[in-house]
Ligand binder design. Structure first.
Ligand code: ASP
Length: 439
């Protein structure tokens, strides 16, 4: 048996947090591969080391004095090392980092040092082997992640060590240039490592006890989710449910390795299990509700649109040519509505509308802004009658006007468009009817 355990920034923000992590890893000999993030915030107004590194590098790149910020970063690590009573000396590493910053080694290199240094400390603290991610996580020359090559190299390298620490977030291109994933990318590294070693489970340790049915900032004491499928999670995280990087599902999913989200500050909680499929029914008809504000709808009308072959292609091609991705395209007989991110669309608006008139020759185009999309997701919906009916009656009772409805044929989710201002009220209404009332 082997487990891959990834710890997020808040789990590694101080020596005290490191100790909790140490206890967790040591309490189970199967926790063999550890993927650390960089130190996160110790308190609300604190800075994440990754943000400090970006800021520091910006100064270096602009030819300004960056030593003071680098010194503050060094102090963060010093505090951890001395708090753990380790004899790790990072002076040599900081000397190299300073030189590389002066030589403008790149923003990704700069950011990656947060995980790299934490990895060195973690390996010393646990007495595990340190495996630099730059040697085993491979990107191609264009900066795209090279999954096959990585899997081969990682499997071989980790096959040779029983216990190892592999820093999250970064890897390297064939020429050795460091490249990072997008922010929060240590989650992806954890998943890649789990796939390479064919782990029995990928434990992702953070500062909450798993996923909540909805955002606890909207619903205080929102209920937790015990088991969720990859597909449900994909829908929810795409629509804004945080906790896990949305791309981290893919590597483990290929091997059907479950992810267990756990809380470093409350290690006895079971957390949330993310699995391929399950016969376990969720407690409620719905598994989760997530959403995002800031969408715009472009409503295109044309008489007899339904019989015009190629109309949809012309419309979507216009968006493509303007580099705008679309979110949803509900359509009627003579109408087609395209939902896009407002900030992507806003500054190209007139150009897009003009080219829509030119290519698709519609009768009218209307734009509505400040919309929110809410996804109600649940594997249980397929087998339950009346889910949509309950959602819409709850929304009508809450005086929320529904602007758009989109249900995928998978019956896994229902997407609802409402005004930005109705977003919180709508989520509360849906939560109440399915979770609190749970009829
Ligand atoms: N340290 C990086 C960030 O803050 C990556 C991570 O924590 O996963 O985004």
């Amino acid at each position: 048996m082997s487990k891959v355990v990834k710890f997020g920034g808040s789990s590694l923000a101080s020596a005290e947090q490191f100790r909790k992590v140490g206890d967790i890893v040591r309490s189970d000999a199967e926790r063999r591969y550890v993927v650390p993030s960089a130190p996160g915030k110790r308190f609300d107004k604190d800075s994440k080391v990754t943000d400090m590194l970006y800021a520091c590098y910006e100064l270096a790149e602009a030819g300004k004095d960056f030593r003071e910020v680098l010194e503050a970063i060094r102090a963060r690590y010093r505090e951890i090392v001395s708090g753990l009573e380790l004899s790790v000396d990072l002076d040599g590493e900081f000397g190299i980092i300073e030189k590389n910053f002066q030589a403008k080694a790149g923003r990704d290199y700069a950011a990656s040092r947060g995980e790299y240094l934490n990895g060195i400390i973690m390996a010393a603290y646990l007495d595990f082997e340190f495996v630099d991610a730059a040697e085993v996580i491979r990107f191609d020359g264009n900066g795209s992640f090279n999954a096959e090559e990585t899997n081969r190299v990682l499997a071989e390298r980790l096959g040779a060590c029983r216990y190892a620490v592999i820093p999250g977030f970064y890897g390297a291109k064939p020429d050795g240039e460091v490249k990072t994933f997008s922010r929060g990318g240590s989650d992806i590294t954890g998943s890649i490592v789990a796939k390479a070693v064919l782990a029995d489970v990928y434990e992702n340790w953070t500062d909450v006890s798993g996923f909540f049915v909805t955002d606890p900032r909207i619903i205080e004491n929102a209920k937790g989710i015990d088991v969720i499928t990859y597909r449900e999670l994909r829908e929810l995280s795409y629509m804004g449910a945080g906790v896990l990087h949305e791309e981290s599902i893919f590597p483990v999913r290929q091997e059907n390795i479950p992810i267990n989200i756990r809380n470093t500050n409350s290690p006895d909680d079971n957390g949330t299990w993310i699995v391929g499929s399950t016969c376990q029914k969720s407690k409620y008809v719905i598994t989760g509700i997530a959403g995002k504000k800031g969408f715009c709808s472009i409503n295109i009308e044309k008489d007899k649109m339904n019989s015009e072959i190629g109309f949809g292609r012309k419309v979507l091609q216009t968006f493509e040519e303007n580099g705008i991705s679309f979110e949803h395209v509900p359509s009627g007989i003579d109408t087609m509505t395209v939902f896009v991110h407002q900030d992507e669309f806003m500054h190209k608006e007139q150009k897009v509308v003009a080219s829509l008139y030119r290519t698709a020759k519609p009768d009218t185009i209307e734009i509505e802004s400040d919309l929110a999309l809410i996804a109600v997701v649940g594997r249980g919906m397929k087998a339950t009658r009346g889910t949509a009916g309950r959602i819409f009656s709850a929304l009508s009772h809450a005086n929320v006007n529904v602007k758009m409805i989109d249900q995928g044929s998978s019956e896994l989710n229902i997407i609802i468009g409402v005004a930005n201002d109705d977003f919180e009220t709508a989520i509360k209404a849906i939560y109440d009817i399915f979770v609190l009332t749970n009829l």
